[in-house]
Ligand binder design. Structure first.
Ligand code: PFF
Length: 465
C-alpha cells in the first residue's frame, strides 16, 4: 500500500472514540486479576506509589513513542517503519511486536473464552449447581474443582473460545469506526458503571474498612528491587506496550489528536480501574474472612474461586456473578479486539487485501493456535514446549521476552534513528499546540526508558534460566 492510500486511512471519528478504544485495550484482565493481588502482596500503598512512578517515568514515555510512531507512520506495526525509513531494515523491529501480539492473542483468547463461559454459567445457575454452604475449605474445594473442570476439559473451553473468536470477528469485520470505535464507546462506560456498582456494594459490607486497610496499608519495608521490577512489568503489560497495539491504533488517530493528553488520560484511567478493583476485592474478602489463605488472592483463583464464593455469601449470587463476569468479559473483549487488529492491519496493508479477507486470514490460524493452547492445559498434556504447557510457554516467551524487546527497539528507533525533533513535532501536532514536556519526554525515550527496559529484560532472563 502506498503512502497516498495510507494518508487516506480511515480514522477514529471522535476524541472520545480515540480514548475509549485505547483505554479499552489497556484495561484488561491485567487490571482486574493481577493488579490488586500484586499491590497487596508488595506493600499496599507503598506499591501504588512505586507503580504510579513507573507509569510516569516508563509507561507514558514508551506509550508516547509508540503513539508518535503509529500516527506518523500511518500504517500497520511493520508498515510504520517502512513508511518512515523506507531504505532501512528497521521494519524487522515491527515484526517482534507483531509476533508477540499473535502469541499473546493465542492464549488470551482462551482466557477470554473462560470469562464468557463463566458469564453464561452464572446466568444459567450452573456455576452454583450443587453448592452447599459449608466450611471455607469445602467451599474453596467446590469452586476450585469447578474451575479445574472448566479449564482442563476438552470441548467446553474450545466452544467458548470459538464464541469469543466469533464475537471479535463480528466487531472487526465492521471496521474501525463502526466496529472498534462504536463497541468501545458502548462497552467502556458500561464497564466503569459496573465497577462503580461493585465498589459501592463492597465498601458497604460489614468490616469493609479493614479490607481497605489490608489493601492499602503502606509497608515500605517490602520495597525491594523485585517489587520495583514487578511494578515496571505490571505497568508495561497493563498499558499494552510492546504489543504492536498502540502503533496500530495510533495510525487511526486523527492528525489533531493531542498525544500527550491522550497518553496521560489513558494511563490514569487504566490505573483508576485497577485501583477500584482493589477496593472491590479486599473489603469483600475481609468482610467474609477469606484473607487467611494467600493463594486465594492470586490471579485466576481470585476471580474464578474466591469471588464466586464471596457472591454466595452475599446472597443473590447468580446476579452478582453474572454482573461480575460480564465486567470481566467486557474487559477481555476490548483487549482481544485491539490485539487482533494488529494482525488484521498487518495482513490488510502488507498483503493489500480487503479488511474482510484480512480478518478471515487472521482468524483461521488463530482457531488452531488457541485450540492447542486450550488443550495443553489438561486435555492433551503432551502439548508442551520446554517442559511447559504451550499456554504457559507462549505466555512466558511473549510477555517476558518479546514485549520488552519490541518496546526497546521502538524507543531506540524513535529516540535515535528518526530525526531529533520527531517527538516535538508529534507532541505539538507540528507546532500547532504547545508541547512544553517534549524535551523531557524525548530525554526519557532516548535514555531512561531503554535502560529500564534492558533491566527488566535481563531480570526476566535471569529468572527464566
Ligand atoms: N493491557 C492489557 C491487560 O491489562 O490485560 C494487556 C493485553 C493483553 C491487551 C492481551 C490485549 C490482549 F489481547
Amino acid at each position: 500500500m502506498n503512502s497516498n492510500n495510507e494518508s487516506q486511512r480511515v480514522k477514529f471519528g471522535t476524541k472520545i472514540g480515540v480514548i475509549a478504544a485505547t483505554v479499552g485495550s489497556a484495561i484488561g484482565l491485567g487490571n482486574i486479576w493481577r493488579f490488586p493481588s500484586e499491590a497487596q502482596a508488595n506493600g499496599g500503598a507503598a506499591f501504588l506509589f512505586v507503580y504510579v512512578l513507573c507509569v510516569f517515568i516508563l509507561g507514558i514515555p514508551v506509550m508516547l513513542a509508540e503513539l508518535s510512531l503509529g500516527r506518523a507512520g500511518g500504517s500497520d506495526s511493520v508498515g510504520n517503519f517502512k513508511n518512515l525509513t523506507p531504505k532501512s531494515r528497521w521494519w524487522i523491529a515491527g515484526t517482534i511486536g507483531l509476533l508477540a501480539s499473535y502469541l499473546i492473542l493465542s492464549f488470551y483468547m482462551v482466557v477470554a473464552g473462560w470469562t464468557i463461559e463463566y458469564l453464561f454459567d452464572s446466568l444459567s445457575g450452573d456455576l452454583y449447581d450443587g453448592y452447599i454452604a459449608a466450611t471455607q475449605d469445602q467451599e474453596n474445594a467446590f469452586f476450585a474443582s469447578k474451575m479445574a473442570n472448566y479449564v482442563s476439559s476438552t470441548w467446553n473451553p474450545l466452544l467458548w473460545t470459538l464464541v469469543m473468536i466469533v464475537l471479535n470477528l463480528i466487531v472487526l469485520l465492521k471496521g474501525v469506526q463502526k466496529g472498534i470505535e462504536k463497541m468501545s464507546n458502548v462497552l467502556m462506560p458500561m464497564m466503569f458503571v459496573l465497577m462503580v456498582i461493585f465498589c459501592a456494594v463492597s465498601l458497604s459490607l460489614p468490616n469493609a474498612s479493614e479490607g481497605v486497610k489490608f489493601f492499602l496499608h503502606p509497608d515500605f519495608s517490602k520495597l525491594d528491587i523485585n517489587v520495583i521490577l514487578n511494578a515496571l512489568g505490571q505497568a508495561f503489560f497493563s498499558l499494552s506496550l510492546g504489543m504492536g497495539i498502540l502503533v496500530t491504533y495510533a495510525a487511526y488517530y486523527p492528525k489533531t489528536t493531542k498525544l500527550g493528553q491522550t497518553s496521560v488520560t489513558v494511563a490514569m484511567l487504566d490505573f483508576f480501574m485497577a485501583f477500584l478493583m482493589g477496593l472491590v476485592i479486599f473489603p469483600a474478602v475481609m468482610s467474609f474472612g477469606l484473607n487467611n489463605n494467600e493463594t486465594q488472592l492470586e490471579g485466576t483463583t481470585l476471580v474464578f474461586v474466591t469471588l464466586p464464593e464471596i457472591f454466595a455469601h452475599m446472597g443473590g449470587e447468580r446476579i452478582w456473578a453474572s454482573l461480575f463476569f460480564l465486567l470481566l468479559a467486557v474487559a477481555a473483549i476490548t483487549s482481544t479486539i485491539s490485539i487482533t487488529e494488529v494482525s488484521v492491519a498487518f495482513i490488510r496493508d502488507r498483503c493489500r487485501v480487503s479488511r474482510t479477507k484480512a480478518c478471515w486470514i487472521v482468524m483461521i490460524p488463530l482457531l488452531i493456535t488457541s485450540t492447542l493452547c486450550s488443550l495443553s492445559l489438561g486435555a492433551v498434556p503432551g502439548i508442551k514446549i520446554a517442559g511447559l504447557p504451550l499456554f504457559d510457554a507462549l505466555d512466558n516467551f511473549a510477555t517476558n521476552l518479546l514485549l520488552p524487546l519490541s518496546a526497546l527497539a521502538i524507543c531506540i528507533y524513535v529516540g535515535w534513528v528518526l530525526p531529533r525533533d520527531f517527538i516535538h513535532q508529534q507532541l505539538s501536532n507540528f507546532g500547532t499546540i504547545p508541547a512544553k514536556s517534549a524535551p523531557l519526554v524525548a530525554f526519557l525515550i532516548r535514555f531512561l526508558s531503554p535502560v529500564l527496559i534492558t533491566v527488566i529484560l535481563v531480570a526476566k532472563l535471569i529468572q527464566m534460566l
